[in-house]
Design a protein around this ligand. Structure first.
Ligand code: SF4
Length: 387
């Protein structure tokens, strides 16, 4: 009966979880499980967090992998494990040390939340990562996906872990066209995923589904001909694979930013962003987003006066960077600036410091400022002005 509705958007409008799950007949479930697990046994990637999947290591890896590609996350994971080999060592670190280790990865809220959460685990659970979904989800930075990943991979609990990759695979298997940004669609796919997760080795199955989504069932160009579950995939049969999930309109916005390189002796002025807010607590070259159509030099002069209390002369353009953060595609330009008068006051920033190139390496800086660093060497030797 349900099978015969497949051509018309399959299960669309059917309310109960039971009816949704019933679509996954026992034969189909076992074919999908077997296909996914056999493929994974052959194709599994050798990733550092897969060796010794302790709750702490799984947790750190899952937080890193939010918004970050696997290849990028690997060296950060190794470095974090070297600096903070245990949950206790991470909980005792200063937030600056954690941000340093995260430097260049973006989405720094993840690092702050992780740090805060391990401290809570130390205080509330005696340093043992809790097992229950409820307790995990009460920790900063842990939602349904991360809780499911930790429970299944580290504790062997039968729990689904539905990230973007898993959503895509399961939605395609079911030819379901719901938008993953809508909670109803996410809930429905999660229930299907829970049905698919086996009692035995649930974490292996979840990782296999994630890998399948990352390597075969790709967003734009799924390799259906190589897919181990193609025989069970309704989207493939109906020619819908590429249109599931529906594309969301691009929200990216192009912005221009300017940054001031103000030097004193061999040091450069860096400012610390407010704790609360985007990139909170990180250090950066003073500057900001252009909000009107003024020439860049004039905008930068106004900005340094307002934010730092310094009147500067813009001496020369040092270089340009491209940087993306959240929905913003940034074109940034750094200028060599010379102080003409004024006294340094921090109005918008939490603090300002003159830092040598070596000292800059020891503070957590924003990704954009990291990209500006090679241009700093080009800054002209300033006439020194005491600020
Ligand atoms: S057959 Fe194609 S669409 Fe279906 S799960 Fe495999 S790769 Fe994805």
């Amino acid at each position: 009966m349900l099978e015969s509705r497949a051509g018309k958007g399959f299960l669309e409008g059917m309310g109960s979880a039971r009816a949704e799950a019933s679509n996954l007949t026992s034969g189909r479930i076992s074919r999908i499980r077997r296909g996914v697990l056999d493929w994974y046994a052959r194709e599994k990637r050798d990733l550092p967090w897969r060796k010794r999947p302790t709750p702490y290591r799984v947790w750190v890896s899952e937080i890193l992998l939010q918004q970050t590609r696997v290849e990028t996350a690997i060296p950060y994971f190794r470095d974090l494990m070297r600096r903070f080999p245990s949950l206790r060592s991470l909980s005792r670190a200063r937030v600056d040390e954690v941000l340093m280790a995260w430097s260049g990865l973006g989405y720094y809220r993840r690092a702050r939340n992780l740090h805060q959460a391990v401290r809570e685990v130390e205080e509330r659970y005696g340093g043992k990562v809790p097992r229950s979904a409820e307790a995990l989800r009460s920790l900063p930075g842990i939602g349904d996906y991360t809780a499911g990943a930790i429970r299944s991979i580290a504790f062997g609990e039968r729990a689904a872990a539905v990230d973007g990759n898993t959503f895509r695979v399961v939605a395609r298997l079911q030819a379901y066209r719901g938008d993953p940004k809508r909670s109803g669609a996410m809930g429905r796919v999660r229930r299907w995923a829970e049905t698919l997760v086996p009692v035995r080795d649930p974490g292996v199955f979840n990782q296999a589904l994630m890998d399948l989504g990352a390597r075969i069932c790709l967003p734009r160009n799924p390799s259906c001909e190589k897919c181990p579950v193609r025989g069970s995939c309704r989207a493939r049969k109906q020619g819908l694979a590429r249109s599931i999930p529906p594309a969301s309109p691009s929200r990216s916005r192009r912005v221009r930013e300017v940054a001031a390189v103000i030097r004193r002796g061999g040091r450069v002025l860096l400012a610390r962003r407010p704790e609360k807010g985007l990139l909170g607590g990180l250090w950066e070259l003073p500057g900001g987003e252009m909000v009107d159509s003024l020439p860049e030099e004039q905008f930068l002069r106004d900005l340094t006066r307002e934010r730092l209390g310094l009147q500067v002369r813009v001496v020369k353009r040092l270089g340009e960077i491209r940087h993306s953060i959240m929905d913003r595609q940034i074109r940034g330009v750094a200028f060599d600036c010379r102080v003409e008068k004024g006294r340094l006051r921090t109005r918008v920033y939490e603090a300002c410091r003159w830092l040598s190139p070596e000292e800059i390496r020891d503070v957590p800086i924003t990704g954009a400022t990291r990209k500006y660093l090679p241009h700093l060497a080009k800054a002209a030797r300033p006439r020194e002005v005491e600020v």
